[in-house]
Design a protein around this ligand. Structure first.
Ligand SMILES: Cc1cc2nc3c(=O)[nH]c(=O)nc-3n(C[C@H](O)[C@H](O)[C@H](O)COP(=O)(O)OP(=O)(O)OC[C@H]3O[C@@H](n4cnc5c(N)ncnc54)[C@H](O)[C@@H]3O)c2cc1C
Length: 406
């Protein structure tokens, strides 16, 4: 502390999955690290665990790369032991049911295509792991409100007036990143004019460890399989229904019974009736990409740098790739005697991640547009193309391997 300013070598603004994973990755380095978070996850155990089986409405499909990172930082086995569901198949089809594609883990020689896991379960595991980390101070509650940079570092001031100083500030504070805005980093944005309605549901038939996705005219609807307390059941899924904002509002307000009926019809009763649904949440969907990931003593990672449509379930996975690359560059740079905020080191991180993130953004955008097209000839082309891809194993395997992060 110096003149009321708390000093660190590196501060991470935002303790979501991406920021907390970075904090774990920096364990063992000779650095004083601060993890700055507006609101910590519930303390005193995991939410949604108790006598009654309840799930967090926010789930992520983690791919192989993300799983490996969580294994490396020593979080995966605890997280896995709580609750998660490996999915082995993915079925995607369009509104008319004329074009479809099917991915299976067995065809790729993999055990699964990914793992569906509640965000609160991952966060609880990460914070448990961080508890004993010697080089880390968790600064919370702290809402970043002002930022100044000079030649040697960045000063971050919270709404509460608390002041922090670090040689390097990592903005991992989500899509509406205050750090990105305060650092004056511009971004390209597109409003998808869609909202995602998210909820846990229970279906008549088991989910078959399959991720189901149907592209409706208004946007994609996904059913992601969840674990169950009773092995014979496996009838819970997490749904992500992306649609026009007016329909999202209507869906969120419908009485449970009517919502369940609409949902079952929208997924063409592939899992029978929808028998129960939990509370519904709405998320506006925007595509964003920061023009720069690096400016002065600030670097961006995760949703602060890029947000994409959830249809391919890649947001967290890209963010974890960001911080894995950043941690590696920082380690290598420190070993070579470089400063943490050395522009050469930070630009190398940006080069490694920008192309990959943009590639995924455009892949997802391509899929979204392909399935959003209305004119009949284009639909015919798309459906024929999908069926061809479905039959062309090498191309299909290439696409699948990229998505599962192999
Ligand atoms: C409906 C939906 C479904 C999705 N499904 C998937 C999926 O299946 N797979 C996948 O990989 N991705 C998925 N995503 C994307 C994924 O949720 C995000 O990419 C991911 O949460 C980003 O993590 P993050 O840590 O970068 O940001 P966030 O999770 O947004 O975390 C940011 C953290 O910063 C804190 N913060 C914010 N502002 C401040 C401030 N001013 N001061 C201090 N702290 C602050 C917040 O409290 C928060 O803890 C989905 C997204 C949506 C909307």
């Amino acid at each position: 502390m110096d003149g009321g300013v708390e000093k660190f070598d590196l501060a991470i603004a935002g303790g979501g999955i991406v920021g907390a994973t970075l904090a774990c990755l920096l364990d063992g380095l000779d650095l004083r690290v601060a993890l700055v978070e507006r609101r910590l996850p519930d303390e005193g155990g995991l939410p949604f665990q108790g006598a009654e089986l309840r799930f967090d409405a926010r789930v992520s499909a983690l791919n192989e790369f993300s799983r490996r990172v969580l294994v490396d930082v020593g979080v995966w086995s605890e997280v896995r032991a709580v609750r998660c569901c490996d999915y082995r198949e993915m079925r995607v089809w369009d509104a008319e049911g004329t074009g479809s594609i099917h991915f299976s883990a067995a065809a790729l020689g993999a055990e699964s295509l990914g793992t569906i896991i509640e965000n609160s379960v991952v966060l609880a595991g990460l914070y448990e792991r961080l508890r004993g980390q010697e080089n880390l101070t968790v600064v919370s509650p702290f809402t970043s409100a002002a930022l100044e940079s000079d030649g040697a570092g960045a000063n971050l001031t919270g709404e509460c007036g608390r002041r922090l100083r670090a040689s390097l500030l990592v903005g991992a504070d989500g899509g509406n990143s205050a750090v990105r805005r305060l650092a004056g980093i511009s971004s390209r944005e597109r409003d998808y004019e869609q909202e995602a309605v998210v909820a846990t549901v229970m279906t008549e038939r088991p989910h078959e460890f399959t991720a189901w996705q149907r592209f409706l005219d208004t946007g994609p609807l996904a059913f992601l399989p969840l674990a169950a307390a009773d092995e014979s059941e496996f009838r819970h899924s997490s749904i992500v229904w992306s649609t026009r904002p007016d329909e999202a509002e209507e869906l969120a307000r419908l009485p449970d019974e009517q919502f369940c009926a609409r949902l079952a019809a929208a997924i063409e009763h592939r899992l029978g009736a929808v028998e129960w649904c939990d509370r519904r949440f709405r998320f506006p969907l925007r595509q964003r990409h920061a023009d720069d990931y690096v400016k002065d003593n600030v670097v961006l990672a995760g949703d602060a740098a890029h947000t994409i449509h959830p249809l391919a379930g890649q947001g967290v996975n890209l963010g974890i790739r960001d911080v894995a690359a950043l941690a590696e560059e920082l380690r290598n740079g420190l070993a070579a005697g470089r400063r943490l905020n050395d522009p050469v080191l930070l630009r190398r991180y940006q080069r490694r991640r920008k192309g990959d993130n943009l590639g995924m953004i455009w892949t997802v955008e391509g899929l979204r547009r392909l399935f959003g097209v209305q004119p009949l000839p284009l639909r015919w082309l798309r459906n024929t193309g999908l069926d061809l891809v479905d039959r062309a194993s090498p191309l299909k395997n290439f696409l699948a391997r990229r998505a599962i992060g192999a």
